[in-house]
Design a protein around this ligand. Structure first.
Ligand SMILES: Cc1cc2nc3c(=O)[nH]c(=O)nc-3n(C[C@H](O)[C@H](O)[C@H](O)COP(=O)(O)OP(=O)(O)OC[C@H]3O[C@@H](n4cnc5c(N)ncnc54)[C@H](O)[C@@H]3O)c2cc1C
Length: 390
Protein backbone atom coordinates (compact mmCIF):
# COMPACT_ATOMS: atom_id res chain seq x y z
CA UNK A 1 0.00 0.00 0.00
CA UNK A 2 1.28 3.48 -0.87
CA UNK A 3 2.35 5.23 2.33
CA UNK A 4 0.61 8.44 1.28
CA UNK A 5 -2.87 6.90 1.32
CA UNK A 6 -4.90 6.92 4.53
CA UNK A 7 -7.29 3.93 4.31
CA UNK A 8 -10.19 5.74 5.95
CA UNK A 9 -9.62 9.01 4.09
CA UNK A 10 -8.61 7.67 0.73
CA UNK A 11 -9.18 10.87 -1.27
CA UNK A 12 -7.66 13.14 1.39
CA UNK A 13 -11.01 14.82 1.92
CA UNK A 14 -9.60 16.04 5.25
CA UNK A 15 -7.61 18.56 3.25
CA UNK A 16 -10.96 20.21 2.43
CA UNK A 17 -11.88 20.63 6.10
CA UNK A 18 -10.85 23.60 8.22
CA UNK A 19 -8.80 23.11 11.39
CA UNK A 20 -11.90 23.99 13.42
CA UNK A 21 -13.98 21.37 11.62
CA UNK A 22 -11.32 18.74 12.28
CA UNK A 23 -11.20 19.74 15.96
CA UNK A 24 -14.97 19.44 16.33
CA UNK A 25 -14.87 16.02 14.68
CA UNK A 26 -11.97 14.92 16.90
CA UNK A 27 -13.72 15.98 20.08
CA UNK A 28 -16.95 14.25 19.01
CA UNK A 29 -14.98 11.11 18.11
CA UNK A 30 -13.22 11.10 21.47
CA UNK A 31 -16.48 11.61 23.35
CA UNK A 32 -18.13 8.76 21.44
CA UNK A 33 -15.17 6.41 21.99
CA UNK A 34 -14.90 7.17 25.71
CA UNK A 35 -18.52 7.67 26.75
CA UNK A 36 -20.80 5.83 24.32
CA UNK A 37 -18.86 2.89 22.91
CA UNK A 38 -18.49 1.23 26.33
CA UNK A 39 -22.29 1.30 26.81
CA UNK A 40 -23.63 0.53 23.37
CA UNK A 41 -23.55 -3.26 23.28
CA UNK A 42 -25.46 -3.60 26.52
CA UNK A 43 -27.93 -0.85 25.55
CA UNK A 44 -28.57 -2.56 22.22
CA UNK A 45 -28.96 -5.99 23.80
CA UNK A 46 -31.39 -4.66 26.40
CA UNK A 47 -33.25 -2.56 23.84
CA UNK A 48 -32.70 0.68 25.76
CA UNK A 49 -31.40 4.14 24.96
CA UNK A 50 -28.54 5.03 27.36
CA UNK A 51 -30.38 7.94 29.04
CA UNK A 52 -27.42 8.77 31.24
CA UNK A 53 -25.74 10.30 28.18
CA UNK A 54 -28.34 12.98 27.49
CA UNK A 55 -26.90 15.78 29.68
CA UNK A 56 -23.42 15.11 28.24
CA UNK A 57 -24.87 15.45 24.71
CA UNK A 58 -26.05 18.88 25.79
CA UNK A 59 -22.68 19.83 27.28
CA UNK A 60 -20.95 18.77 24.06
CA UNK A 61 -23.29 21.00 22.02
CA UNK A 62 -24.62 18.03 20.02
CA UNK A 63 -28.30 19.02 20.40
CA UNK A 64 -29.44 21.50 17.77
CA UNK A 65 -25.76 22.12 17.03
CA UNK A 66 -26.42 24.03 13.79
CA UNK A 67 -29.03 26.37 15.28
CA UNK A 68 -28.24 29.91 16.41
CA UNK A 69 -29.11 31.49 19.76
CA UNK A 70 -31.33 30.23 22.61
CA UNK A 71 -28.46 28.19 24.06
CA UNK A 72 -27.69 26.37 20.79
CA UNK A 73 -24.08 25.88 19.68
CA UNK A 74 -24.45 27.84 16.39
CA UNK A 75 -22.10 25.53 14.48
CA UNK A 76 -21.95 25.29 10.69
CA UNK A 77 -23.83 22.60 8.83
CA UNK A 78 -20.55 20.84 8.03
CA UNK A 79 -19.65 20.79 11.75
CA UNK A 80 -23.09 19.41 12.48
CA UNK A 81 -22.68 16.74 9.78
CA UNK A 82 -19.33 15.66 11.20
CA UNK A 83 -20.91 15.26 14.65
CA UNK A 84 -23.69 13.10 13.17
CA UNK A 85 -21.02 10.98 11.46
CA UNK A 86 -19.19 10.38 14.72
CA UNK A 87 -22.38 9.51 16.62
CA UNK A 88 -23.44 7.00 13.97
CA UNK A 89 -19.95 5.51 13.85
CA UNK A 90 -21.08 4.12 17.19
CA UNK A 91 -24.76 3.41 16.51
CA UNK A 92 -27.59 4.75 14.33
CA UNK A 93 -29.87 4.87 17.37
CA UNK A 94 -27.53 7.29 19.12
CA UNK A 95 -27.43 9.53 16.05
CA UNK A 96 -31.23 9.24 15.74
CA UNK A 97 -31.65 10.67 19.24
CA UNK A 98 -29.60 13.75 18.34
CA UNK A 99 -31.25 14.05 14.90
CA UNK A 100 -34.76 14.01 16.31
CA UNK A 101 -33.96 16.42 19.12
CA UNK A 102 -32.10 18.89 16.90
CA UNK A 103 -33.64 18.63 13.44
CA UNK A 104 -37.19 17.55 14.18
CA UNK A 105 -37.94 19.26 17.50
CA UNK A 106 -35.60 22.21 18.04
CA UNK A 107 -35.55 23.22 14.36
CA UNK A 108 -39.37 23.59 14.06
CA UNK A 109 -39.55 25.54 17.33
CA UNK A 110 -36.70 27.75 16.12
CA UNK A 111 -38.16 28.19 12.63
CA UNK A 112 -41.92 28.20 13.22
CA UNK A 113 -42.32 29.09 16.91
CA UNK A 114 -43.10 32.35 18.72
CA UNK A 115 -40.39 34.18 20.63
CA UNK A 116 -41.97 32.95 23.85
CA UNK A 117 -41.98 29.32 22.67
CA UNK A 118 -38.32 29.56 21.62
CA UNK A 119 -37.29 30.95 25.02
CA UNK A 120 -39.43 28.46 26.88
CA UNK A 121 -38.19 25.30 25.13
CA UNK A 122 -34.96 25.71 23.19
CA UNK A 123 -32.40 26.30 25.98
CA UNK A 124 -33.49 23.25 27.96
CA UNK A 125 -33.67 21.07 24.83
CA UNK A 126 -30.15 22.23 23.91
CA UNK A 127 -28.91 21.35 27.39
CA UNK A 128 -30.50 17.92 27.29
CA UNK A 129 -32.67 18.81 30.29
CA UNK A 130 -35.71 18.11 28.12
CA UNK A 131 -36.23 15.48 25.43
CA UNK A 132 -38.34 15.99 22.32
CA UNK A 133 -40.16 13.83 19.75
CA UNK A 134 -41.73 14.42 16.33
CA UNK A 135 -45.05 12.80 15.48
CA UNK A 136 -45.93 12.69 11.80
CA UNK A 137 -46.32 9.00 10.86
CA UNK A 138 -49.62 7.24 11.55
CA UNK A 139 -50.53 3.55 11.43
CA UNK A 140 -52.21 3.97 8.02
CA UNK A 141 -50.08 6.82 6.65
CA UNK A 142 -46.32 6.40 6.45
CA UNK A 143 -44.85 7.35 3.09
CA UNK A 144 -47.91 9.51 2.41
CA UNK A 145 -48.39 11.65 5.51
CA UNK A 146 -50.72 14.01 3.60
CA UNK A 147 -53.48 11.49 4.31
CA UNK A 148 -53.12 11.85 8.09
CA UNK A 149 -56.23 11.21 10.17
CA UNK A 150 -55.18 13.00 13.37
CA UNK A 151 -57.53 15.95 13.77
CA UNK A 152 -57.35 19.21 15.72
CA UNK A 153 -60.54 21.21 16.30
CA UNK A 154 -60.55 24.72 17.76
CA UNK A 155 -62.51 24.98 21.03
CA UNK A 156 -62.46 28.39 22.70
CA UNK A 157 -58.84 29.32 23.31
CA UNK A 158 -57.57 25.78 22.90
CA UNK A 159 -57.45 22.90 20.40
CA UNK A 160 -58.80 19.38 20.85
CA UNK A 161 -56.62 16.64 19.32
CA UNK A 162 -57.85 13.17 18.38
CA UNK A 163 -55.88 10.49 16.58
CA UNK A 164 -52.86 8.25 16.69
CA UNK A 165 -49.19 8.45 15.72
CA UNK A 166 -46.77 5.56 15.55
CA UNK A 167 -43.10 4.77 15.03
CA UNK A 168 -42.19 7.88 16.99
CA UNK A 169 -38.53 8.05 18.08
CA UNK A 170 -38.17 9.15 21.73
CA UNK A 171 -42.00 9.11 21.95
CA UNK A 172 -42.23 7.39 25.32
CA UNK A 173 -39.53 9.47 26.98
CA UNK A 174 -40.12 12.91 25.44
CA UNK A 175 -41.17 15.89 27.52
CA UNK A 176 -42.39 17.76 24.46
CA UNK A 177 -43.80 16.43 21.18
CA UNK A 178 -44.15 18.23 17.85
CA UNK A 179 -47.45 16.80 16.60
CA UNK A 180 -48.81 17.31 13.11
CA UNK A 181 -52.60 17.29 12.87
CA UNK A 182 -55.25 18.22 10.33
CA UNK A 183 -57.34 21.32 11.13
CA UNK A 184 -60.16 22.78 9.02
CA UNK A 185 -57.53 25.21 7.68
CA UNK A 186 -54.98 22.49 6.81
CA UNK A 187 -52.14 20.59 8.47
CA UNK A 188 -50.69 22.35 11.53
CA UNK A 189 -47.84 21.69 13.98
CA UNK A 190 -48.60 21.65 17.73
CA UNK A 191 -46.47 21.42 20.84
CA UNK A 192 -47.87 18.70 23.08
CA UNK A 193 -46.44 18.27 26.56
CA UNK A 194 -46.03 14.92 28.20
CA UNK A 195 -48.63 14.13 30.86
CA UNK A 196 -51.48 16.29 29.63
CA UNK A 197 -54.94 14.78 29.82
CA UNK A 198 -55.98 12.72 26.82
CA UNK A 199 -52.41 12.01 25.68
CA UNK A 200 -50.80 8.60 26.21
CA UNK A 201 -47.78 6.74 24.84
CA UNK A 202 -46.77 3.10 24.57
CA UNK A 203 -43.34 1.87 23.53
CA UNK A 204 -42.89 -0.58 20.65
CA UNK A 205 -41.13 -3.79 21.67
CA UNK A 206 -39.62 -6.57 19.57
CA UNK A 207 -37.57 -4.38 17.22
CA UNK A 208 -34.71 -6.25 15.52
CA UNK A 209 -33.18 -2.91 14.46
CA UNK A 210 -32.50 0.44 16.14
CA UNK A 211 -32.67 -1.27 19.50
CA UNK A 212 -30.72 1.44 21.33
CA UNK A 213 -33.48 3.93 20.52
CA UNK A 214 -36.94 4.33 22.01
CA UNK A 215 -39.76 4.02 19.44
CA UNK A 216 -43.35 4.57 20.52
CA UNK A 217 -46.98 4.95 19.57
CA UNK A 218 -48.87 8.05 20.70
CA UNK A 219 -52.63 8.32 21.26
CA UNK A 220 -54.73 11.49 21.53
CA UNK A 221 -58.24 11.26 22.92
CA UNK A 222 -59.96 14.61 23.27
CA UNK A 223 -56.57 15.98 24.22
CA UNK A 224 -56.80 19.70 24.97
CA UNK A 225 -53.82 21.75 23.82
CA UNK A 226 -53.69 25.46 24.70
CA UNK A 227 -53.61 27.93 21.80
CA UNK A 228 -50.21 29.08 23.08
CA UNK A 229 -48.89 25.64 22.03
CA UNK A 230 -49.67 26.08 18.33
CA UNK A 231 -46.48 26.64 16.30
CA UNK A 232 -47.87 29.60 14.38
CA UNK A 233 -45.75 29.27 11.26
CA UNK A 234 -45.85 25.46 11.11
CA UNK A 235 -48.58 25.41 8.50
CA UNK A 236 -49.08 22.72 5.89
CA UNK A 237 -47.18 19.55 5.13
CA UNK A 238 -44.50 21.77 3.60
CA UNK A 239 -43.50 22.86 7.11
CA UNK A 240 -43.19 19.24 8.28
CA UNK A 241 -41.15 18.43 5.17
CA UNK A 242 -38.77 21.31 5.95
CA UNK A 243 -38.04 19.61 9.28
CA UNK A 244 -37.51 16.28 7.53
CA UNK A 245 -35.03 17.93 5.15
CA UNK A 246 -32.94 18.96 8.16
CA UNK A 247 -32.98 15.45 9.55
CA UNK A 248 -32.29 13.79 6.18
CA UNK A 249 -29.28 16.02 5.70
CA UNK A 250 -27.89 14.77 9.04
CA UNK A 251 -28.60 11.15 8.04
CA UNK A 252 -26.60 11.67 4.84
CA UNK A 253 -23.58 12.36 7.03
CA UNK A 254 -24.38 10.01 9.87
CA UNK A 255 -24.47 6.81 7.85
CA UNK A 256 -20.94 7.48 6.62
CA UNK A 257 -19.88 6.87 10.22
CA UNK A 258 -21.57 3.46 10.25
CA UNK A 259 -20.02 2.64 6.85
CA UNK A 260 -16.55 3.67 8.04
CA UNK A 261 -16.86 1.53 11.15
CA UNK A 262 -17.84 -1.47 9.00
CA UNK A 263 -15.00 -0.80 6.55
CA UNK A 264 -12.39 -0.41 9.27
CA UNK A 265 -13.59 -3.53 11.08
CA UNK A 266 -13.39 -5.58 7.86
CA UNK A 267 -10.03 -4.11 6.83
CA UNK A 268 -8.38 -4.89 10.14
CA UNK A 269 -9.97 -8.31 10.35
CA UNK A 270 -8.87 -9.26 6.83
CA UNK A 271 -5.27 -8.32 7.58
CA UNK A 272 -5.12 -10.42 10.75
CA UNK A 273 -7.38 -13.37 9.88
CA UNK A 274 -5.39 -16.20 8.22
CA UNK A 275 -6.64 -19.07 6.05
CA UNK A 276 -5.09 -21.28 3.31
CA UNK A 277 -1.34 -21.61 3.96
CA UNK A 278 -1.64 -19.24 6.88
CA UNK A 279 -1.99 -16.23 4.60
CA UNK A 280 -4.07 -13.21 5.63
CA UNK A 281 -7.45 -13.29 3.89
CA UNK A 282 -6.60 -9.74 2.73
CA UNK A 283 -4.09 -11.35 0.36
CA UNK A 284 -6.95 -12.73 -1.77
CA UNK A 285 -8.13 -10.70 -4.73
CA UNK A 286 -11.81 -11.29 -3.99
CA UNK A 287 -11.36 -9.90 -0.47
CA UNK A 288 -9.46 -6.87 -1.74
CA UNK A 289 -12.16 -6.23 -4.33
CA UNK A 290 -14.75 -5.97 -1.54
CA UNK A 291 -12.57 -3.56 0.45
CA UNK A 292 -11.83 -1.51 -2.68
CA UNK A 293 -15.55 -1.25 -3.48
CA UNK A 294 -16.36 -0.25 0.10
CA UNK A 295 -13.83 2.56 0.35
CA UNK A 296 -14.63 3.82 -3.15
CA UNK A 297 -18.31 4.15 -2.30
CA UNK A 298 -17.54 5.66 1.11
CA UNK A 299 -15.24 8.24 -0.50
CA UNK A 300 -17.96 9.22 -2.99
CA UNK A 301 -20.46 9.47 -0.13
CA UNK A 302 -18.06 11.69 1.85
CA UNK A 303 -17.63 14.01 -1.13
CA UNK A 304 -21.37 14.27 -1.63
CA UNK A 305 -21.97 15.00 2.06
CA UNK A 306 -19.28 17.65 2.20
CA UNK A 307 -20.49 19.30 -0.99
CA UNK A 308 -24.09 19.33 0.29
CA UNK A 309 -22.85 20.72 3.62
CA UNK A 310 -21.06 23.58 1.89
CA UNK A 311 -24.18 24.30 -0.20
CA UNK A 312 -26.29 24.26 2.96
CA UNK A 313 -23.94 26.68 4.69
CA UNK A 314 -24.44 29.00 1.70
CA UNK A 315 -28.23 28.56 1.98
CA UNK A 316 -28.35 26.84 -1.42
CA UNK A 317 -29.06 23.19 -0.62
CA UNK A 318 -32.37 22.01 -2.11
CA UNK A 319 -34.62 19.23 -0.72
CA UNK A 320 -34.20 17.26 -3.98
CA UNK A 321 -30.44 17.30 -3.46
CA UNK A 322 -30.89 16.10 0.12
CA UNK A 323 -32.94 13.20 -1.29
CA UNK A 324 -29.96 12.12 -3.38
CA UNK A 325 -27.64 12.45 -0.37
CA UNK A 326 -29.91 10.43 1.93
CA UNK A 327 -30.75 7.75 -0.64
CA UNK A 328 -27.22 7.19 -1.89
CA UNK A 329 -25.41 7.31 1.42
CA UNK A 330 -27.83 5.00 3.23
CA UNK A 331 -27.66 2.51 0.35
CA UNK A 332 -23.87 2.43 0.28
CA UNK A 333 -23.66 2.19 4.07
CA UNK A 334 -25.97 -0.81 3.99
CA UNK A 335 -23.87 -2.40 1.22
CA UNK A 336 -20.72 -1.79 3.30
CA UNK A 337 -22.31 -3.40 6.36
CA UNK A 338 -23.28 -6.48 4.32
CA UNK A 339 -19.83 -6.74 2.71
CA UNK A 340 -18.15 -6.33 6.08
CA UNK A 341 -20.32 -9.06 7.61
CA UNK A 342 -19.31 -11.33 4.74
CA UNK A 343 -15.58 -10.66 5.19
CA UNK A 344 -15.77 -11.43 8.89
CA UNK A 345 -17.17 -14.89 8.12
CA UNK A 346 -18.98 -16.46 11.07
CA UNK A 347 -17.56 -13.84 13.42
CA UNK A 348 -19.54 -11.29 11.43
CA UNK A 349 -22.78 -12.40 13.05
CA UNK A 350 -21.48 -11.93 16.59
CA UNK A 351 -22.36 -8.97 18.75
CA UNK A 352 -18.74 -8.40 19.73
CA UNK A 353 -18.29 -6.99 16.22
CA UNK A 354 -20.43 -3.98 15.32
CA UNK A 355 -21.32 -4.89 11.74
CA UNK A 356 -24.53 -6.86 12.25
CA UNK A 357 -25.82 -4.13 14.57
CA UNK A 358 -25.01 -1.46 11.97
CA UNK A 359 -26.64 -3.56 9.26
CA UNK A 360 -29.83 -4.04 11.25
CA UNK A 361 -29.94 -0.34 12.18
CA UNK A 362 -29.39 0.77 8.60
CA UNK A 363 -32.48 -1.16 7.52
CA UNK A 364 -34.50 1.31 9.62
CA UNK A 365 -32.52 4.25 8.31
CA UNK A 366 -33.35 3.10 4.78
CA UNK A 367 -37.05 3.28 5.69
CA UNK A 368 -37.39 6.31 7.92
CA UNK A 369 -37.24 9.95 6.87
CA UNK A 370 -38.54 8.96 3.44
CA UNK A 371 -37.95 5.45 2.15
CA UNK A 372 -35.39 4.70 -0.52
CA UNK A 373 -38.29 4.44 -3.01
CA UNK A 374 -39.71 7.82 -2.08
CA UNK A 375 -36.33 9.54 -2.49
CA UNK A 376 -35.94 7.76 -5.84
CA UNK A 377 -39.25 9.30 -6.89
CA UNK A 378 -38.20 12.75 -5.64
CA UNK A 379 -35.10 12.54 -7.83
CA UNK A 380 -37.19 11.16 -10.71
CA UNK A 381 -39.59 14.07 -10.45
CA UNK A 382 -36.72 16.57 -10.26
CA UNK A 383 -35.20 15.30 -13.50
CA UNK A 384 -38.43 14.74 -15.47
CA UNK A 385 -40.86 17.24 -14.01
CA UNK A 386 -43.35 14.37 -13.68
CA UNK A 387 -44.48 13.24 -10.19
CA UNK A 388 -44.80 9.43 -10.07
CA UNK A 389 -45.78 8.83 -6.44
CA UNK A 390 -49.00 6.96 -7.22
C1 LIG B 1 -36.92 3.03 13.87
C2 LIG B 1 -37.89 4.01 13.26
C3 LIG B 1 -38.02 5.28 13.79
C4 LIG B 1 -38.95 6.18 13.26
N1 LIG B 1 -39.08 7.43 13.83
C5 LIG B 1 -40.09 8.25 13.39
C6 LIG B 1 -40.34 9.51 14.06
O1 LIG B 1 -39.64 9.90 14.99
N2 LIG B 1 -41.40 10.26 13.65
C7 LIG B 1 -42.22 9.87 12.62
O2 LIG B 1 -43.16 10.60 12.31
N3 LIG B 1 -41.99 8.69 11.96
C8 LIG B 1 -40.95 7.88 12.33
N4 LIG B 1 -40.73 6.68 11.68
C9 LIG B 1 -41.65 6.26 10.64
C10 LIG B 1 -41.06 6.30 9.24
O3 LIG B 1 -40.87 7.62 8.83
C11 LIG B 1 -41.98 5.49 8.32
O4 LIG B 1 -41.81 4.13 8.69
C12 LIG B 1 -41.68 5.71 6.86
O5 LIG B 1 -42.11 6.98 6.45
C13 LIG B 1 -42.33 4.65 5.96
O6 LIG B 1 -43.67 4.51 6.28
P1 LIG B 1 -44.26 3.02 6.51
O7 LIG B 1 -43.40 2.30 7.45
O8 LIG B 1 -45.70 3.19 6.83
O9 LIG B 1 -44.10 2.30 5.10
P2 LIG B 1 -45.08 2.39 3.84
O10 LIG B 1 -45.33 3.83 3.50
O11 LIG B 1 -46.25 1.51 4.06
O12 LIG B 1 -44.15 1.77 2.70
C14 LIG B 1 -43.93 0.36 2.60
C15 LIG B 1 -43.15 0.12 1.31
O13 LIG B 1 -43.93 0.62 0.20
C16 LIG B 1 -43.13 1.53 -0.55
N5 LIG B 1 -43.98 2.59 -1.11
C17 LIG B 1 -44.96 3.30 -0.49
N6 LIG B 1 -45.48 4.20 -1.34
C18 LIG B 1 -44.79 4.07 -2.51
C19 LIG B 1 -44.85 4.73 -3.78
N7 LIG B 1 -45.70 5.72 -4.03
N8 LIG B 1 -44.01 4.32 -4.74
C20 LIG B 1 -43.10 3.33 -4.52
N9 LIG B 1 -43.01 2.67 -3.35
C21 LIG B 1 -43.84 3.05 -2.36
C22 LIG B 1 -42.15 2.11 0.45
O14 LIG B 1 -41.03 2.68 -0.20
C23 LIG B 1 -41.80 0.87 1.27
O15 LIG B 1 -40.88 0.10 0.57
C24 LIG B 1 -39.76 5.78 12.16
C25 LIG B 1 -39.59 4.50 11.61
C26 LIG B 1 -38.67 3.63 12.14
C27 LIG B 1 -38.50 2.27 11.53
Amino acid sequence: MSSSISPADYLDIDSQLSEEEKLIRASARRFVAEQIQPLIREAYAKGEFPNSLIPAFGEMGFLGANLEGYGCAGMSNVDYGLIMQELERCDSGIRSFASVQGALVMFPIHKFGTEEQKRRWLPELAEGKLVGAFGLTEPEFGSNPSGMLTRAEADGDSWILNGEKTWITNGGVADIHIIWARTPQGIQGFLVERGIEGFSTSDLHGKMSMRASVTSSLAFQDCRVPASHVLPEAKGLKAALQCLSQARYGIGWGVIGAALDCFETARQYSITRRQFDHEPIASHQLVQAKLADMITEISKAQLMALHCGRLKDQGRLKPEQISMLKRNNVAIALDCARASRDLLGANGIMEEYPVMRHMANLESVKTYEGTDHIHTLVIGEAVTGIPAYR
